[in-house]
Write a protein that binds this ligand. Structure first.
Ligand SMILES: [Cu+2]
Length: 268
């Protein structure tokens, strides 16, 4: 091993260890409220861990080469650099193998897990429209509709409630353009496409609400027009008894023509 290669190797090991410690201690994940969310966070951590040595290797080799093999005065050109055949092939093989591994797991294996059970104890039908979410619970004969009023007045917005411990099947569609139905605390997201019904499953675990953390919200995740950033809705995950109470309250409000059925928004 040449002296340069040895130096690069040592710097690479040191920066990789530092990178792994930093990546491992970073708490960048919002609250987890579904079994699926834990798996998705785990996939993100795996990608971070595998990407760290590749990233530090590229940066260390690049910066070291720029410094070490620079032209020392203006009349001089730097030393010529030729392809190192063995290294190039080795690099291709290693990174392709890593990518193939990730396609399989968490890619394929993770996808199988998300689709493992096509039933739902609770069915939630979601219809997106510029810039509302119409949320129907067919088992309860209840529909709630969000208003595009933005974060500042989020406490006035409608609630999509879910019972903790239940498997939820979301059936999502759109009446106008493509939207995307996303609940960050569940880490699940699916496009809302006009003329199609897309499905998404979540096995909800923890109780929580928008008031506790903004990850408990529906957020449109596909640019859909001027009201896109305001196309959100509060999410509340309740104990099953609390959920039943919430349904009854909402139905009363619906009958009285109150918030549950409020289809208007203040901005038009
Ligand atoms: Cu949108």
């Amino acid at each position: 091993m040449s002296r340069d290669a040895l130096i690069v190797f040592v710097i690479w090991i040191v920066t990789t260890v530092i990178g792994l410690i930093v990546a491992g201690s970073m708490d960048i994940y919002p609250p987890v409220a579904a079994v699926e969310a834990e798996h998705i966070d785990q996939a993100a951590r795996t990608l971070f861990m595998l990407a760290t040595p590749v990233f530090t290797f590229v940066v260390v080799v690049m910066l070291y080469s720029i410094w070490r093999f620079r032209a020392r005065d203006e009349s001089e050109e730097g030393p010529p650099i030729y392809t190192h055949q063995t290294f190039a092939v080795g690099w291709l093989v290693v990174t392709s193998a890593l990518a193939a591994l990730l396609f399989y797991n968490p890619g394929y294996v993770g996808w199988q897990f998300l689709q493992r059970d096509p039933s739902g104890e609770i069915i939630v039908q979601v219809t997106a429209a510029q810039w509302h979410w119409h949320v129907t619970y067919p088992q309860y004969g209840l529909t709630v509709t969000s208003r595009p009023i933005g974060f500042e007045r989020m406490e006035e917005n409608a609630v999509l409630a879910l019972p903790a411990g239940k498997r939820v099947k979301f059936e999502v569609t759109s009446v106008d353009v493509i939207h995307s139905f996303w609940i960050p605390a569940l880490r699940m997201k699916v496009d809302a496409v006009p003329g199609l019904t897309t499905t998404m499953y979540a096995t909800v675990t923890e109780t929580g609400s928008f008031e506790e953390d903004a990850a408990f919200r529906v957020q449109c995740a596909e640019l859909c027009g001027a009201g896109h950033p305001r196309m959100n809705m509060r999410v509340e995950i309740l104990e099953p008894e609390e959920f039943e109470k919430w349904v009854e309250e909402q139905k009363k409000m619906m009958e009285m023509g109150g918030m549950g059925e409020d289809m208007q928004d203040d901005d038009h």
